[in-house]
Ligand binder design. Structure first.
Ligand SMILES: NC(=O)c1ccc[n+]([C@@H]2O[C@H](COP(=O)([O-])OP(=O)(O)OC[C@H]3O[C@@H](n4cnc5c(N)ncnc54)[C@H](O)[C@@H]3O)[C@@H](O)[C@H]2O)c1
Length: 449
């Protein structure tokens, strides 16, 4: 992939860079986000009134992040599990109304928007109901449980002309925005390989979540929870560990790849479904009856770029995304990005001269240096950019959603973006399951083996 501008010049971006000559210069990114600039209320003077459907692990985290966004106000929640209803109230910090029946929230005329954080297989029904009720929607990643669900959700957004934000918060992360700026500047040179790694090397990382002691058919509305999946008797383990099962989740691809791929799509501007994917992997360590592998590696074909993602069972590397440019390498890990220039100055051949005689070698090198009088190595200076301590990209992502509702401007991660990334995750699983490369067939909108 050729970035839009190609230039070699060192371009210093961001404030706070330290002394030239040091091996690495570091800059703390300035908050320049909607969240940092948010006025006490929206420009109309009215807060966005939203409800949350699904106040489990992520729903509670979203409410905690939403509290930092002054332009919105939570006015109700829905959940099928009694303890999660109470946890949602605690997360928002007020005694807001809560119900098991989310449709009663959608009937409310005073509600502008909905944050949806139900399990992946439940996204389609809940999101389509919200859109049909005229609400703007923030839906957690991965947007869809399968290709058909994603296409139905895209159609519902278009039919109802609503704002839709998919919930891969890294797309709003200030470090990713800086990375996109650097990528677009051409400073990396041509980039033909991008890697992204996740890792999980603990029971919690592998979703072996504890079953809460109060879980029972009385405290959980299991009939409603399971209605879009094959019927089965109450099973608290499946309620808490739904990510492990193909009826409800998409394994490491839907849980982890989606973050890597969203980051890669937004930084590179390649907002597209990959043309081909090939996965390999194994289920070894967490072989507890789950449907998905615990180690997965996938190669994707994008136009001019190979993307290599994997989920490892070794936690030492963090979750880096690495852009290998011909002129620089850019690594994003957590809330820090590092750009390290390549030395692209012309060099005389070295290795292959090992088989030459001393006289032939001298003749070659003399001629080479005569042809390149100014050539000398240019050791590059690495630069890092970091977000401030405690930075919360989810709050920024929600702020972007509220801003779009107020202004009717575009969100950073719309339904097409969310759907493209989710389909890439589905392709990874299809390939693993079929032990074959798969391709995306745009004309039939299906994954072909
Ligand atoms: N963006 C991120 O970093 C991130 C992190 C974790 C999870 N997620 C995503 O968030 C979503 C939720 O994951 P989780 O870990 O919070 O799951 P969870 O099981 O802890 O919570 C989901 C909640 O949704 C409720 N629910 C399901 N159907 C409902 C319905 N019809 N009406 C009302 N409530 C309903 C359940 O009762 C449950 O409490 C998933 O899509 C997941 O992939 C995103």
């Amino acid at each position: 992939m050729k970035p839009s501008i190609t230039r070699r010049d060192f371009v210093r971006m961001g404030a706070g860079a330290v002394a030239a000559g040091a091996a690495v210069t570091s800059a703390l990114l300035e908050p320049s986000t909607l969240l940092a600039q948010a006025p006490a209320t929206s420009s109309s003077g009215r807060k966005i009134r939203f409800v949350s459907i699904g106040t489990g692990i992520r729903g509670c985290d979203l409410l905690r992040s939403a509290r930092k966004v002054a332009t919105g106000e939570c006015v109700g929640t829905a959940d099928l599990y009694t303890m999660h209803q109470q946890a949602g109230r605690e997360a928002w910090g007020a005694d807001i109304p809560t119900t098991r029946d989310y449709r009663s929230l959608l009937d409310r005329k005073d509600v502008d928007a909905v944050i949806v954080a139900v399990a992946d297989f439940q996204h389609r029904r809940v999101v389509v109901d919200c859109l049909d009720a005229g609400k703007d929607v923030y839906c957690e990643k991965p947007m869809s449980h399968n290709v058909a669900d994603g296409l139905a959700m895209v159609a519902a957004v278009e039919k109802n002309k609503r704002i839709f934000q998919a919930g891969s918060q890294r797309v709003s992360n200030m470090v990713y925005k800086k990375a996109a700026e650097i990528f677009k500047s051409g400073r990396l040179g041509e980039v033909h390989l991008i890697e992204g790694h996740s890792d999980r090397n603990s029971p919690s990382g592998a979703w072996v979540y504890p079953v809460a002691p109060d879980a029972s058919p009385e405290t959980i509305d299991w009939t409603t929870w399971i209605r879009d999946a094959p019927s089965r008797p109450f099973d608290a383990m499946r309620f808490f560990r739904w990510r492990c099962f193909a009826d409800y989740g998409e394994g490491v691809a839907g849980d982890l790849y989606v973050h890597l791929l969203s980051g890669i799509h937004c930084i590179s501007g390649m907002n597209a479904i990959p043309s081909r994917a090939y996965s390999t992997g194994s289920l070894t360590h967490f072989n507890d009856g789950r449907d998905y592998p615990d180690m997965l590696a996938t190669l994707y074909d994008y136009p001019g770029v190979t993307v290599n993602v994997h989920c490892n069972q070794n936690n030492s590397a963090g979750e880096p995304i690495i852009f290998y440019g011909r002129e620089a390498t850019m690594v994003i890990n957590g809330n820090t990005l590092t750009v390290t220039p390549q030395d692209t100055a012309p060099q005389p051949e070295g290795y292959s001269l090992n088989g030459w005689t001393a006289a032939a070698k001298k003749q070659y090198l003399d001629a080479w240096h005569a042809d390149h009088p100014a050539a000398q190595a240019r050791p590059g200076q690495a630069e890092t950019f970091s977000a401030p301590q405690g930075y919360d990209d989810t709050a920024d992502h929600i702020a972007n959603f509220f801003h779009a509702i107020e202004t009717r401007e575009h969100v950073v991660e719309d339904e097409v973006f969310g759907n493209n990334t989710a389909i890439a995750c589905h392709m990874a699983n299809h390939s693993y399951l079929h032990r074959n490369a798969v391709s995306w067939d745009a004309s039939s909108q299906t994954i072909k083996v």
